[in-house]
Ligand binder design. Structure first.
Ligand code: AP5
Length: 216
């Protein structure tokens, strides 16, 4: 199963990708997580990406495409993957199509999470993630049992430095301008499944699973 999770920042792509990945035993390939790891490890790509991410801009395609190709090659022949946060531009989507053609494989579906900007701002302002295992929480909607401590691994929770009001606004503008045209792109390829991302986390998960079970 090869899936793309598409949607604005804070739409719940990561939250659902983790659950769906667990259910189907496939990896979640999050370009955002890969870049944050590269920044933490101070690799060349991380150093290049940092200034773009801090401002809420997209990291240049050359960096992203290099990263994603390595991951896709390592996953082919296995059970597939969920691409979370990639592609994000028409150029990235075209390059992905070329690459999948070379590998002689096809995408299963593109799940598009629809969420209004006001909801995004509330969600990202309250988001916390675990430093150790990456589990996601929200100060209001998905509280950890113990303040600032991960339920799964007892790791420390942190707030992403691009989750400030000013940077969130910029990320939303970038999404509208560069990423939202992908909705029509994948509609035309008959791959798009629209999901109301404002519903409850469990309800959304069940909708995705029901859709995927029909497709398989
Ligand atoms: P990335 O890390 O991909 O961030 P994003 O796309 O902005 O998405 P988020 O991770 O912010 O949100 P999400 O949709 O995963 O929501 P989540 O599940 O966490 O990218 C960061 C940066 O990296 C980019 O700005 C760019 O610079 C760079 N980058 C990455 N990929 C790139 C690419 N392909 N090309 C170029 N640059 C790239 O949920 C958010 C919060 O809401 C959580 O607290 C969660 O608990 C809560 N929540 C989730 N679902 C619900 C629900 N249904 N109800 C209530 N609360 C909910």
């Amino acid at each position: 199963m090869r899936l793309i999770f598409l949607g604005p920042p804070g739409a719940g792509k990561g939250t659902q990708a983790k659950r769906v990945a667990l259910k189907y035993k496939i990896p979640q390939i999050s370009t955002g997580d890969i870049l944050r790891k590269a920044i933490a490890n101070e690799t060349k790509k991380g150093i290049e990406a940092r200034s773009f991410m801090e401002k809420g801009q997209l990291v240049p395609d050359e960096i992203i495409l290099g990263i994603i190709k390595d991951y896709l090659i390592s996953q082919e022949g296995k059970n597939g993957y969920i691409l979370d946060g990639f592609p994000r531009t028409i150029n990235q989507a075209i390059e992905l199509n070329h690459f999948l053609e070379e590998l002689e494989v096809k995408l299963t579906a593109v799940i598009n999470f629809k969420v209004e900007n006001g909801v995004v701002i509330k969600r990202l302002g309250g988001r916390r993630g675990c430093k150790s295992c990456g589990a996601l929480y929200h100060l209001e909607y998905l509280k950890p049992t113990k303040e600032n401590v991960c339920n799964v691994c007892q790791g420390e929770l942190y707030q992403r430095n691009d989750d400030t009001e000013e940077v969130i606004k910029n990320r939303l503008l970038v999404y509208e301008r560069l990423t939202s045209p992908l909705i029509v792109f994948y509609q035309r390829l008959n791959l798009l499944k629209e999901i109301d991302g404002e519903k409850d986390i469990e309800v959304i998960f069940n909708e995705i699973i029901a859709f995927l079970e029909e497709r398989l």
